[in-house]
Ligand binder design. Sequence first.
Ligand code: 9MG
Length: 279
Amino acid sequence: MSILHCGRFRLPLDRPLVMGIVNLTPDSFSGDGTGSDVDRAIRHARYQIDAGADMLDIGAESSRPGAIPTPEDEELRRLIPVLREIAAWGVPISVDTYKPVVMRTALEAGASMINDITALGHPDAISIVAASECGVCLMHMSGEPGTMQHAPQYDDVVREVREFLAERVARCREAGIADNRLVLDPGFGFGKTLEHNLALFRVLTAAGTDELPLLVGLSRKSMLGAITGRPVDQRGAASVAAALLGALKGAKILRVHDVAETKDALAVLAAIEQGVCNE
Ligand code: 9MG
């Protein structure tokens, strides 16, 4: 069984972990963004923990298709007051950012993991992460949020995602970041059509490398809207189904909005597979 090192936390990966989303943007695609309302954000974080989240992913810049970048000072202004409060709760907190200054400040404020949609693509990012003990999620994205869904193209999406992630893992290793701190993510919806997403999902573990743990984030995404025909506020059931299928296909971390429902689905899976029950 592998163990993910996330700052002061050691997270056994013998069962899928649920990462609850805490969105601090005013323009979240899923409508759950708390904007600059610190108290509301803290309440939502508490709600996710009480629902059974193993960890939180907190982000202050939208990465939905078409999103306009958030200035660094605004990202910090939204993020840091909430992070300072929730980092004291004894639960691993991941921060969703690609900006080196935000990474450094977040790590100083108690973040245990960096979730980077650019896979530490900024030239200064790797050294900041390497100098800490934090976990890191390396995600694949083709293009950037503003334009990534304008006709994305691949010759072989699975091979190209795997090669990209393998290259990023190699850069991390060179910088001294140990494998037990790394999580990989094929980046569903980030510069990918529905067909690309489905192709990646079908062979999920083949998108990774060296058996490093995979994170899957499909919660409420447009891929589920395209499949079900439902608007974003009615994609809860599809999101739980996708998370469960991700777990069955080997994902070790599930990034979700609907924590309680996902935990229930995972409990059913554990009971059927291993006879593990709460009673
Ligand atoms: C920030 N963010 C939005 N969607 C995501 C996904 O699928 N994976 C990761 N790692 N981060 C995401």
